[in-house]
Design a protein. Structure first.
Ligand SMILES: CCCCC/C=C\C/C=C\C/C=C\C/C=C\CCCC(=O)SCCNC(=O)CCNC(=O)[C@H](O)C(C)(C)COP(=O)(O)OP(=O)(O)OC[C@H]1O[C@@H](n2cnc3c(N)ncnc32)[C@H](O)[C@@H]1OP(=O)(O)O
Length: 224
């Protein structure tokens, strides 16, 4: 199977200009989602707001991409992740996270989760915790420029993760051929709330393209 992205020739300045248009719009839709789960207005206001949203939908629906955003972007550019549900600049489902990483295989992010991510009362939905951990693990593994996918992800929920300000950290522990073992945790105000172990796999279809790095000596723990 070929590389899953359809590269285009959009320049970085054009992408940046595009992001400046879409970022504020996405932020506004995200606020709309928050209003949807928290507003306490009466039925007339809800119906009027619905008509406004339907008008916006009609305007946006005038043109549509023929592929998903993830497929249509240029490899190596920010656009590839614009639809991503954790970091995507065009996805209001994304909190969004800004993830930092280093070449040693560490990744981390300080982020905020509001009521749209609630599971148990006042706490983050466990699936959302998993979503965020998976993404940031992907950055830790991807920092070594390995095209790897999550093979197995095990999460131990130590205690409820409170809505609000949180931090996630992930690290590559070791490599065994095409398998990359990594760890992660989510930190709340009282310490770790969820601790994860993962095995990422360099998919069969990418192995031939990767002669460097794969099967290299163990990297050792890089937990910060
Ligand atoms: C893929 C394109 C990625 C390109 C990325 C490029 C650069 C990266 C840069 C930045 C990245 C930044 C952020 C990343 C963003 C987000 C991260 C989110 C990650 C995800 O959200 S990703 C979606 C969920 N993920 C899946 O959708 C996987 C579905 N699945 C498969 O696509 C296959 O199933 C696969 C590939 C897993 C294996 O298939 P395969 O054919 O390549 O494997 P094969 O049989 O050859 O096994 C070889 C050795 O791996 C062992 N092994 C096999 N499977 C295993 C498993 N599941 N767990 C543990 N070990 C496993 C065997 O036991 C054997 O081990 P041994 O050699 O010791 O016997």
């Amino acid at each position: 199977m070929a590389w899953p992205y359809v590269a285009d020739d959009t320049s970085d300045p054009l992408l940046a200009a595009d992001a400046e248009v879409w970022q504020p719009f996405t932020d506004a839709v995200r606020e709309l989602v928050d209003a949807c789960v928290q507003s306490d207005v009466d039925a007339d206001d809800v119906r009027a707001a619905q008509a406004d949203v339907e008008a916006a939908l009609a305007r946006l629906g005038k043109a549509r991409l023929s592929t998903t955003l993830g497929q249509s972007g240029t490899v190596g550019s920010r656009r590839r992740a614009w639809g991503n549900p954790v970091i995507g600049v065009r996805n209001p489902i994304a909190p969004p996270l800004h993830v930092d990483s280093d070449p040693a295989g560490r990744a981390w992010s300080d982020f905020h989760l509001g009521p749209a991510y609630e599971g148990p009362p006042g706490l983050v939905h466990g699936g959302v915790v998993s979503l965020i951990i998976d993404q940031v693990l992907g950055h830790a593994v991807g920092a070594g420029r390995q095209p790897a996918m999550t093979g197995t992800l095990t999460i131990r929920y130590e205690r409820g993760t409170p809505l609000g300000d949180l931090r996630v950290e992930a690290w590559v522990e070791r490599r065994e051929g095409v398998k990359i073992h990594a760890g992660a945790h989510v930190l709340g105000p009282d310490g770790p709330t969820a601790v994860a172990e993962a095995v990422f796999i360099v998919p069969r279809r990418f192995r031939d393209q990767l002669s460097d790095g794969i099967g290299a000596a163990d990297q050792g723990s890089t937990q910060g």
